[in-house]
Structure formats: structure tokens, C-alpha cells
Design a protein around this ligand. Structure first.
Ligand SMILES: Cc1cc2nc3c(=O)[nH]c(=O)nc-3n(C[C@H](O)[C@H](O)[C@H](O)COP(=O)(O)OP(=O)(O)OC[C@H]3O[C@@H](n4cnc5c(N)ncnc54)[C@H](O)[C@@H]3O)c2cc1C
Length: 401
């Protein structure tokens, strides 16, 4: 089966991948009058986006612009795109879809219902009103390096040669949601070698004692400071999991712990070691360590258990040594969880392959968007914002290609 769609009123744009980047690309291209077809290999669209909504869809952040852009490190290309379509634009986009927002205490923005599904429904309905066609169960398996695409589908092979293509196939994690990274092989067959995927925003593996898992699995570790082996620090929250630690507080340090090492935790970042030692010395003689820790420095529950987990039992008899351990508790990290479990991945299409409109150099009318491009950002809404920003630019440019 093949089709060579005539452009009709506008150009025919094929979008490969129906995650937030692909949907935004389709949105922007159809708003410009293009006739858009979205292809996705899964039976339904935006599965990772929906999964992101399970823990509260943090779609963007209200941070002022220079701090916001700083989250993309010193990558000028992604910063420029987010400067053109940033937090305010994402919020406007949600409002246009009739989705009220909720702003958390730290400035993170969520749809008020926290989930992604109402937003996705409203978005798909807007796309349908503009005549955007969605073809699920269509897996891209060949690209000729120009504008010919071949998909496998339940009806057999489907070939198309649109006026413009936008690839928005995602990164290399959570393959069960469709983001399997296998598009990299399709690109390689078209002589486009992309960078290998590496984990980003990924959990750490810790060999917890059974009691830690039994008592504290799912518990958040708050108000601490983490230091990586190379001295990088992070003050966010981490969550205890069966296998180790997850969440925004440790993700920024994960790259240096990919092959294991020691994570140092300051369990009482608000006090100096001397101040803690003095408070511990003042505690009644004969009092249990648990009581002393709770009364002197409000360390109890998970933090007290971590201290026992990471400190030598001998050290726990000496107030000075306890104070030192509370300020610098060494935790042995075995490495990061497998790539497929990372919240996001680095690697993919390097910026050097793309022009400023995200068109592949040497392939007129062929664009890329979203996590399949090699940029990186922390959690906090910065990932989806950049996916939407790149999708918007590619969609706008493809409609004019
Ligand atoms: C558990 C979890 C929670 C998250 N929470 C947040 C959050 O709160 N805030 C945030 O900013 N980010 C979050 N993220 C990250 C965010 O979801 C991703 O960065 C984002 O979905 C990437 O968008 P994308 O459109 O580039 O790719 P994806 O969402 O990965 O979509 C790519 C699409 O392409 C399709 N595809 C791939 N290959 C092919 C092929 N060969 N043929 C046809 N179709 C193909 C896939 O089926 C998929 O639908 C979270 C991620 C996870 C896993």
C-alpha cells in the first residue's frame, strides 16, 4: 500500500511519533494550514506522556527566564528554542485547551487535575477539528534519507512520500510505552549515525538491608544535601525504592554514579558538625541513641535508619563521630538502574545534524523534535517544555518547507 498525498490546501506533513513533541509538531503545522498525518507504532498515542501524568504531570515551571534557561546547562541550541517557546507559552497552550493549571509551592506547573488524560483528550480533539489524521500501529521501519517513509502496519507495509517529515520518536527508555530508540537503526540505514543513548534522570541502585525496604519503601527523604563523588551537590528530595533511590534530588548526580561510587548525604544541612556534637553531648546520659537524635537534632524515622545503615556501629557510641556521620553519611551506590528505566535519555540526533529550524542538514523538508535530539534537562517540567518547544518549531517550519 502506498500513498502520495496531494498537498490540497497546504503541504502534506507526516509526523512520526505521537508523544508531546510529535503532537505539538502536528499542532503547529496544522495551525499553519498543513495537512498532517501522525504515525505511531503503539495501539494508542502518547503513552509516556500519560505515564508522566500518573505521578502528576509536571508540564513546565514558573521560574524566571534566566533560571529556567539555566536548567538546560550551557547548550545554546535548546536554550534558544525554549527562549522562543517557554513556560508562559506552555501555560497559554494549556489554557487554550481549557485545562486549568495548578502551581506547586516550588513553582512547578501541573494541570489542575494532575493527570495528562484530560489535556490529551482536549488536544486530540483540537487536532481532529483541524483534520489531523492519526494512524496508530504504524511502525517506521525504513526511511530513504529523503522523504520516503515505510511503516509496518496490521494491513501490511505502508509507504508514503509527504512534502515534509517530522521525526519525533522519543528517547531510549520505557520501551513498553513505545520509546524504544529503534529509530536509531532506521537512521543508521539512511547513513545518519546518531549518538548512543545514555541514562539521564535515572535512579541509583543501593543494596539496602531488608529492614530499610520493609519499613521505608516509598518514603521521601527530605531536607538533606547529597554530594556526588566529584563534589557536585543537590538538595532535592529522594524516594526510597526497593532497589535504591529515585527522584529529582539524586538525578542531577546520577551521571557520576553510573558505574557506582559513594554518595555522601548530609542529614542535617541546617547545622554545623560542631553545633550537632554540642547538642548531642548535652543529652542525658544513658538515653538511647534514638531519643538523643530526636531531641537534639530532630533526626528520627528514615533519617535515623539511614544513619544506622551507613555508619559503623562503633561510631554510633561517640557523639562527635555521630555528628560527623550525620553531616557526611557515606552510602555505597552500585550504579544506576537500567537505561530502559530512566525518566529520560541523552544521546540521539546531535545538534550539528540540524539547522536552526530543526531540519536535518542535507535532507530538505525532514525535521526532528523532542527527546530524540541530544539535549538534556532535569525533571521539574523542563523535559516536556523542551519537547513542546522543539515540536512547535519543527511543525511551524515543516508547514513552510
Ligand atoms: C515515569 C515518567 C515520568 C515523567 N514525568 C515527567 C514530568 O512530570 N515532566 C516532564 O517534563 N517530563 C516527564 N517525563 C519525561 C517526558 O515524558 C518525556 O521527556 C517526553 O514524553 C518525551 O517526549 P517525546 O514526544 O520526545 O517522545 P515520547 O513521549 O517518548 O514519544 C515518542 C513516540 O514515538 C513513537 N515511536 C518511537 N519509535 C517509533 C517508530 N519506529 N515508529 C512509529 N512510532 C515510533 C512512540 O511509540 C512514542 O509514542 C517523564 C517520563 C517518565 C518515564
Amino acid at each position: 500500500m502506498s500513498d502520495n498525498l496531494a498537498s490540497g490546501t497546504g503541504q502534506h506533513v507526516a509526523v512520526v511519533g505521537a508523544g508531546p513533541a510529535g503532537l505539538m509538531a502536528a499542532d503547529a503545522a496544522s495551525a499553519e494550514g498543513a495537512q498532517v498525518t501522525i504515525y505511531d507504532q503503539m495501539p494508542s498515542v502518547a503513552r509516556k506522556f500519560l505515564m508522566a501524568g500518573k505521578s502528576g504531570l509536571n508540564i513546565t515551571h514558573t521560574e524566571e527566564q534566566s533560571a529556567f534557561l539555566g536548567r538546560y546547562g550551557d547548550d545554546p541550541r535548546v536554550r534558544l528554542l525554549v527562549e522562543g517557546f517557554g513556560g508562559d507559552d506552555v501555560r497559554r497552550f494549556m489554557a487554550e485547551l481549557g485545562i486549568p493549571e495548578h502551581i506547586g509551592t516550588t513553582g512547578r506547573v501541573f494541570p489542575s487535575m494532575m493527570k495528562a488524560s484530560p489535556l490529551l483528550r482536549a488536544w486530540l480533539s483540537r487536532l481532529a477539528d483541524r483534520g489531523v489524521e492519526v494512524r496508530t500501529r504504524h511502525r517506521l521501519n525504513a526511511w530513504d534519507g529523503a522523504r520516503q517513509l515505510t511503516f509496518t502496519s496490521p494491513e501490511g507495509d505502508h509507504r508514503t512520500e509527504p512534502d515534509a517529515i517530522i521525526f519525533a520518536c522519543g528517547g531510549g527508555s520505557w520501551r513498553r510505552l513505545g520509546s524504544d530508540g529503534a529509530w536509531a537503526e532506521v537512521f543508521a540505514s539512511a547513513d545518519r549515525q546518531v549518538r548512543p543513548f545514555r541514562p539521564s534522570n535515572v535512579g541509583l541502585v543501593v543494596d539496602w538491608s531488608p529492614i530499610m525496604v520493609e519499613r521505608f519503601e516509598g518514603a521521601p527523604l527530605k531536607n538533606v544535601r547529597f554530594t556526588s563523588p566529584d563534589g557536585e551537590q543537590s538538595r532535592g528530595e529522594a524516594v526510597i525504592t526497593k532497589r535504591g533511590l529515585e527522584s529529582g534530588g539524586i538525578y542531577p548526580l546520577a551521571a557520576s554514579l553510573e558505574n557506582g561510587g559513594t554518595l555522601t548525604i548530609d542529614l542535617v544541612p541546617g547545622r554545623t558538625e560542631t553545633a550537632i556534637a554540642e547538642r548531642l553531648f548535652k543529652q542525658k546520659k544513658g538515653q538511647s541513641l534514638s531519643n538523643s537524635l530526636r531531641k537534639a537534632v530532630k533526626v528520627e524515622g528514615l533519617k535515623a535508619a539511614l544513619l544506622r545503615e551507613g555508619a559503623n556501629p562503633e561510631d554510633l557510641r561517640d557523639a562527635g563521630k555521630v555528628a560527623a556521620r550525620l553531616k557526611a553519611l557515606p552510602l555505597t551506590i552500585k550504579g544506576t538502574v537500567p537505561l530502559d528505566e530512566a525518566i529520560s535519555t541523552r544521546g540521539g540526533v546531535p545538534w550539528t545534524m540540524l539547522d536552526e529550524d530543526l531540519m536535518l542538514k542535507g535532507a530538505p523538508g525532514v525535521f526532528c523534535a523532542g527527546e530524540m535530539i541530544d539535549w538534556d534537562a532535569p525533571t521539574g517540567g523542563y523535559l516536556i517544555t523542551a519537547c513542546l518547544a522543539t515540536g512547535e518549531r519543527a511543525g511551524w517550519a515543516a508547514a513552510r518547507a
